[in-house]
Design a binder for this molecule. Structure first.
Ligand code: DAH
Length: 340
């Protein structure tokens, strides 16, 4: 009897259980009401009394073994079928997620497009600049305190000390040096300043510079161009106001505010209850700058302006933390392209 049980034990361990049918056959054969284990227990009666204990224990082990094999085979089969479902090659594919345009490039394109409509071209220049293009040609004399207005990252490139440009006004210089008036161009690009990163300041940001040089260009032309820009960007109701200011490269200089489109100039926390939001700096190009760049200031006059793209995007999309623009969190980025 003991041998018979051992033999059955081996048999049960070796059976391959790979299909639901096989499993059911196994259950009926070994554990069913007329199955092998049941009939073994019936034979226990004929076992001599002194062996009953040992044989009974072995039979119990055998039954447990059969039950366990059945259970694990069932579980294995269940997970295999699940995985099989995931690999169903006939299922239709899920939608691919598509990228969105960055809010700063959306605003940049919008600015370019609206200036192109009134005859401005687009010029670009290098991000690593020399002192001449970033400062000296723009009428910042050496040791002039105005250089401190822009915390500069200086870098060494060979013998020469270079800087990461602090503004896109450097492109003005390059354009004036390499062309003759009339000049009507805008220069979008990235600029760098050595500032601690916070919600309101970053060590890099983006600007668009504007430059118009011709005979008889006047301050009235500048005002009209900026009013056109404000209305195209912020809506027909937008108004602008100019406040006197100082930049080394323009004379006279002004800072421009646009009426707050969030509260319709009634006053809110974004415009600090003034009804106005500062958007750019501008002025008539200083004759010193024209002459430094090889343009005769007795014949030509011109205006220039410079604005921050982040600032315009902030007003347009009401995003008040500059850091969001460079963190590249897709949940932020995908909000600006409708339909994604
Ligand atoms: N370059 C200035 C800045 O980064 C902005 C600016 C002001 C540009 C007045 C101009 C201008 O062309 O006329 O703060």
């Amino acid at each position: 009897m003991i041998d018979k049980i051992k033999q059955l034990k081996d048999e049960i361990q070796q059976v391959e259980l790979t299909s639901p049918d096989g499993l059911e056959r196994f259950r009926i054969q070994y554990l069913g009401s007329k199955g092998t284990v049941k009939s073994l227990f019936q034979e226990l009666k004929s076992v001599p009394n002194e062996q009953k204990r040992e044989v009974g224990a072995l039979m119990n082990e055998l039954r447990t073994l059969a039950e366990e094999r059945l259970q694990t085979a069932k579980e294995q089969l269940a997970t295999q079928t699940q995985q099989g479902d995931q690999l169903d090659l006939s299922r239709p594919g899920g939608p691919e997620s598509v990228g969105a345009r960055h809010p700063l490039s959306l605003v940049r394109s919008e600015i370019i497009e609206l200036f192109e409509r009134i005859g401005f071209s687009v010029s670009e220049g290098p991000e690593i600049e020399d002192d001449w293009h970033n400062f000296s040609a723009l009428n910042f004399p050496l040791e002039h305190p105005a250089r401190d207005m822009q915390d500069t990252f200086f870098i060494e490139k060979g013998e020469k000390e270079m800087a990461l440009r602090t503004h896109t006004s450097s492109v003005q210089v390059r354009v004036m040096e390499s062309s003759t008036p009339p000049i009507r161009t805008i220069s979008p690009g990235r600029v760098y300043r050595n500032e601690a990163i916070s919600a309101r300041a970053h060590c890099f940001f983006h600007q668009v510079e504007g430059l118009y040089i011709d005979k008889n260009v006047s301050f009235a032309d500048l005002k009209q161009t900026l009013l056109y820009f404000a209305k195209e960007m912020f809506g027909e109701k937008a108004q602008i106001r100019l406040r006197p200011s100082y930049f080394p490269f323009t004379e006279p200089s002004a800072e421009v505010d646009v009426s707050c489109s969030i509260c319709n100039a009634k006053g809110c926390n974004v415009c600090k209850y003034s009804g106005w939001l500062e958007i750019l700096g501008c002025g008539m190009v200083d004759p010193n700058v024209l002459d430094a760049c090889g343009i005769d200031s007795k014949i030509y006059t011109g205006f220039a302006f410079g604005m921050g793209i982040e600032r315009i995007a902030q007003l347009k999309y009401k995003v008040n933390d500059l850091r969001l623009y460079s963190e590249n969190d897709v949940r932020f980025l995908k909000q600006f392209t409708p339909g994604i």
